[in-house]
Design a protein around this ligand. Structure first.
Ligand code: NAD
Ligand code: DAU
Length: 341
């Protein structure tokens, strides 16, 4: 089985590739994997270190907007699992152009290649729960209206529906997944959990947006990867599957859990101005996926403690980004500088 994984050097994509090659999915033994990744600031080949010498892995450094790169790789594949994207909401609020380029146009280039691909059996469009917009109560089901409210989620909603349209119009074997907030090792330290953990390890305060009462549903990255595998095995073309961890937590409560795990006091919380248009709550109804036989396995408290331990033990992975990379410093200053004053 030949699998093209776009964005395979990023957080979730690299966990997915490692799971495939380390035989953690039933039927994954025969997998040959090609990663296509542009290695943006968020891509890191070190994420693939545990499998880098595996002869079944090929890494192509390239851009999904480039049809000359994309076409032969999609032609080769039985399955495309499309993770590649610009992913950080705050960056999309600073500058949205790359989000439109990669998340929308890049997806279009992949879908055009998929239309012509001779052997393609699955095209998994990795979407997000953010496409539903803020959910004041209840839980989103797959047929709900999409109401994205920031440039990142709007780009992802466009890609989500574009992928669907290639199934409806051209029978490209598309399945869309919409996952909730992921956490775990190897997540770039701009997202709230790794940012707060690494700030606390460094002895810095943590910038909590607004009143801290926004709610996210936390999903361990390994549970997300198992769900993607399940959808490839048992999902139905043209359908959408929500993937949620069932761990709804307010940001302020998440912050206190992290403070406790890292032995810090609440004086380390720095309240800062809110994210503009900040979605209050996301929540997913995952019964459709559960009917396929999936359920999350990682308890949030345990997964969070393991994640903290990973960042404590792997300073080599994140310290160069936070402490030596001028691009990260510039991002951090632009993002937080004026809000903390
Ligand atoms: P990430 O930012 O850690 O990694 C993205 C990867 O895509 C990087 O390796 C980057 O180099 C690559 N990439 C970016 N632009 C590219 C381009 N033009 N061509 C080729 N490669 C490119 O992201 P992540 O958190 O692992 O998210 C992966 C996918 O899952 C995304 O589609 C995201 O929207 C979706 N998702 C993420 C979450 C989450 O909580 N992280 C939740 C739901 C859905
Ligand atoms: O819901 C799925 C989405 O989850 C994915 O599609 C996105 O790719 C991923 O980035 C994530 O988006 P969020 O905006 O929810 O994640 P983030 O980690 O940026 O923020 C989580 C919550 O924490 C959110 O309510 C904002 C808050 N926050 C975030 C940062 C970075 C803070 O309070 N302070 C911060 O410094």
């Amino acid at each position: 089985m030949k699998i093209l994984v776009t964005g395979g050097a990023g957080f979730i994509g690299s966990h997915y590739v490692r799971s495939l090659l380390q035989g953690r999915f039933p039927g994954g033994e025969g997998a040959e994997v090609t990663v296509l990744d542009k290695l943006t600031y968020a891509g890191n080949l070190a994420n693939l270190d545990p499998v880098k010498d595996d002869p079944r892995l090929r890494v192509v450094v390239g851009d999904i907007v480039d049809a000359e790169t994309v076409d032969p790789l999609v032609d080769w594949a039985d399955h495309v699992v499309h993770f590649a994207a610009e992913t950080h909401v705050d960056r999309s609020l600073q500058a949205a152009g790359e989000f439109i380029q990669t998340d929308v146009f890049g997806t279009f280039v992949l879908l055009e290649a998929a239309r012509r691909a001779p052997r393609l059996r699955r095209f998994i469009q990795i979407s997000t729960d953010e496409v539903y917009g803020s959910v004041p109560e209840g839980a989103s089901v797959e047929t709900d209206e999409l109401r994205p409210r920031n440039p990142y989620s709007a780009s992802k909603a466009a890609a989500d529906r574009l992928a669907y349209s290639y199934w409806a119009s051209y029978q490209v074997p598309v399945i869309v997944t919409r996952a909730s907030n992921n956490y775990g090792p190897n997540q770039f330290p701009e997202k709230v959990i790794p940012l707060f953990i690494t700030n606390l390890i460094e002895g810095h305060t943590v910038p909590l947006y607004g009143d801290g009462l926004n709610v996210r549903d936390w999903l361990h990255v390994d549970d997300h990867c198992r769900a993607v595998d399940m959808v490839i095995e048992r999902g139905i073309e043209g359908e959408v599957y929500n993937i949620g961890g069932g761990n709804e937590v307010r940001n302020v409560d998440l912050t206190h859990r992290l403070l406790e795990l890292l032995g810090a006091g609440s004086d380390m919380i720095q309240p800062v101005a809110d994210r503009v248009g900040h979605d209050r709550r996301y929540a997913l109804d995952t019964s459709k996926l559960r009917r396929l036989g999936w359920e999350p396995e990682v308890a949030f408290d345990e997964g969070l403690a393991r994640t903290v331990a990973w960042y404590r033990e792997n300073g080599w992975w994140w310290r160069p980004i936070k402490e030596q990379d001028p691009a990260f410093r510039a991002y951090y200053d632009a993002q937080y500088g004026s809000r903390t004053r």
